[in-house]
Every structure is written in structure tokens, then in C-alpha cells.
Design a protein around this ligand. Structure first.
Ligand code: PSU
Ligand code: MN
Length: 336
């Protein structure tokens, strides 16, 4: 496994810039809050391409062992395309940017029972109790940006849930995208969400939403969502140029790239769509709420489509990893 070459389990001191120490006001907590794996800290310092990866998909988005296999495969793909992968997660109360191979395996085996799902709001508390957490898009962006990472790859982003105009269930991902400058590559937003309202909130937040080689913002399992993307770019190089412009203008908001799932991996759209409708009915009937909603829907859709959605999920994450690595490589070259 290529990841073994980049970490030996020793988490040495990262650069002082990338390391936040808890203040002496809390002397009983002396551990580091933000741990950047040393080789990643060096790459960032030297302007080499680094790609951050989220970990809620590992802890809550996929079952073991597919979660570990996918996480490793994604890291290897990024390496093979010339960038350094940095999986972000909270382990023993430390916010890690870059897990070692050993940490990645340990994290993937822990399971959702002992790992919480952590968005921006949950970070401080999970550090305080020394817990483990999978970081969502919002928490991953925040931590990766603090470490100096400029490109981040995920599967799908959170969004405005259906009925969100009444429940106000709007993912923290959308607000984070509006406040944290970074290029985020995803396969769009699942149709468990209200995609038009999701794009409205992104516009309000000032997020540059780009469909890669497509006119529509993709819908995760399907290339098409029926909703036009505000902007279309054709290549990772063009995306890198947009990212460089965004940085030059100090926009302080994200560039969200929707890369459609590869056509050959597009799940049988009708079957997935049916499962989504059924799972949404269950959420309503069983009163599932808050942070449980997304993991519940993902798990049920996967169960109902007999693994077809998991297969599609793995394929699209890998595709996003290649796109993200290419963007990171071009972006590093543009700055050099
Ligand atoms: N959508 C997916 N797969 C995922 C998630 C969303 O297709 O794994 C995860 C991501 O970590 C995302 C989070 O940031 O769920 C959003 O959760 P919520 O809707 O509770 O904000
Ligand atoms: Mn929510």
C-alpha cells in the first residue's frame, strides 16, 4: 500500500504555523489540537500539490471493509496523479490532517458506534472529550484550510434537505463553502436533497459552482439533475485557473466543482430514485432527525438497491480523486 511509505506512525512536530496549541488557560489539555502529518506539512510549505479527503464517508458513508478499501484506493489514485493525499479525521481528540496507513485502518475499523459525525459545530467538543470523529465536508474544509491545503475531494456535499424551507435542515457544508477558500471536488448533491434550493443557498453564500464538462450540476448517482449549473468549465486546468483567480481576488469562499459520475458507473437511475423516495418516507415516518438524516438515507438507499449505489459511490469518489489531483497539480504549477 503506497500510503505506508508516507507515515511510520510517528507524528512528529509539524511546522509551527500548521500547529495550534491549546492555550495555557486549559493546562489539563496539553495535546495538540491540529496535527498535520509532517510530510504533508512539508509539501504545503514547499507549494507541492496536496489533496484533502473527508472521513465521514469512511465512518458513516460506507461499511467495512469497503470503506477502508476505497479510502486506500483513493489515496493511491491521488499519489499516482502527482499529489499527496491527506485524509482528515479526529482521532483521540486530535484533528489530524493526513492519517498514517495505521491510523487509516484503525479509523475504518472503529465503526459508526465509536466514531461521531463531526461538522464545524462539533469539532471543539470532540477534541475536549478526546473522541474519534469522521469529519464532514464542513469540518474537513475548515481543518484542511487551517493546515494550508487548497484542494479537497469528497463524494457528495450536504445541502438543503427536502422540506428544508420549513425544517431549516440546511447542511453546514453550504455555509462553510461560503466562508472557507478552497477548491472542493464532488459529484454533486444527492437527490435526497432539494437541489434547486441547495444551489440558491450556494449563490447566496457566494460560492462559485462549476460543472465540469457538463451543463447541469450533477446529482451524485446520476450525471444529470435537471438543474443548470451556474458555470461550466471543461478541464482541471481551467478549474485550477479559476481557483488561482479566486485566491488572487481573495474571495474567501470556495470553488465547488461538480464532476459527473462516469457514464459507465451511473447507477440505474430509476432504481436509485425509487429507493430515495422510499427512504425519505421512512425518515418522516420514524422521525429521524438532525445529523442522523444523511447517514440514515445513505444506508437505506444502499440496502434497498442491493449494493448498486455503493458500487456507484466508490466509482464516483475515485473519479473525483483523479480530478482533484489534476487540479492540485495545475494549481501548484500556476503558483510556482
Ligand atoms: N452526501 C453523500 N455522502 C456523504 C455525505 C453526504 O452523498 O458521505 C456526508 C458528507 O460528509 C457531508 C455530510 O459533508 O454527509 C453532510 O451531512 P449533513 O447533511 O448532516 O450536513
Ligand atoms: Mn442537517
Amino acid at each position: 500500500c503506497a500510503a505506508e511509505t508516507i507515515g511510520n506512525g510517528q507524528m512528529g512536530m509539524a511546522s509551527p504555523l500548521a500547529l495550534l496549541l491549546l492555550s495555557s488557560a486549559a493546562p489539563f489539555l496539553s495535546a495538540h489540537v491540529l496535527r498535520v502529518r509532517p510530510d504533508i506539512a512539508s509539501a504545503i510549505e514547499e507549494g507541492r500539490p496536496v489533496v484533502a479527503l473527508e472521513s465521514t464517508i469512511i465512518s458513516h458513508g460506507m461499511p467495512f471493509p469497503e470503506n477502508l478499501e476505497t479510502a486506500r484506493a483513493v489515496e493511491e489514485l491521488i499519489l499516482a496523479h502527482g499529489a499527496l493525499p491527506a485524509t482528515v479525521a479526529v482521532l483521540d481528540g486530535e484533528c489530524c490532517v493526513g492519517l498514517t496507513a495505521e491510523q487509516l485502518e484503525r479509523f475504518a475499523r472503529l465503526g459508526a458506534g465509536s466514531v461521531s459525525k463531526c461538522s464545524r459545530r462539533d469539532l471543539a467538543a470532540v477534541v475536549a472529550r478526546g473522541g474519534h470523529a469522521g469529519t464532514t465536508v464542513s469540518a474537513t474544509m475548515l481543518l484542511a484550510h487551517r493546515a494550508g491545503v487548497r484542494v479537497f475531494v469528497t463524494g457528495g456535499i450536504g445541502g438543503v434537505h427536502r422540506g428544508g424551507e420549513a425544517s431549516m435542515d440546511v447542511s453546514a457544508d453550504l455555509v462553510e463553502l461560503g466562508r472557507t477558500p478552497m477548491t472542493v471536488v464532488c459529484a454533486g448533491a444527492k437527490s435526497i436533497l432539494d437541489i434547486p434550493r441547495t444551489l440558491e443557498v450556494l449563490e447566496t453564500q457566494g460560492v462559485a459552482v462549476i460543472a465540469l464538462g457538463a451543463d447541469e450540476f450533477p446529482a451524485f448517482f446520476t450525471r444529470s439533475s435537471g438543474v443548470a449549473a451556474p458555470c461550466r468549465l471543461e478541464t482541471p486546468l481551467q478549474v485550477a485557473r479559476a481557483a488561482a483567480a479566486s485566491e488572487a481576488l481573495q474571495l474567501q469562499s470556495a470553488l465547488l466543482v461538480g464532476a459527473p459520475i462516469p457514464a459507465e458507473a451511473e447507477a440505474e437511475a430509476a432504481a436509485v430514485q425509487q429507493a430515495i423516495e422510499a427512504a425519505l418516507d421512512e425518515v418522516a415516518a420514524q422521525g429521524v432527525g438532525g445529523r442522523e438524516v444523511t447517514p440514515y438515507l445513505l444506508r437505506r438507499v444502499n440496502e434497498m438497491t442491493a449494493g448498486a449505489s455503493l458500487k456507484a459511490n466508490i466509482a464516483l469518489v475515485k473519479n473525483n480523486a483523479v480530478v482533484g489531483a489534476q487540479v492540485a497539480v495545475h494549481l501548484a504549477a500556476l503558483r510556482a
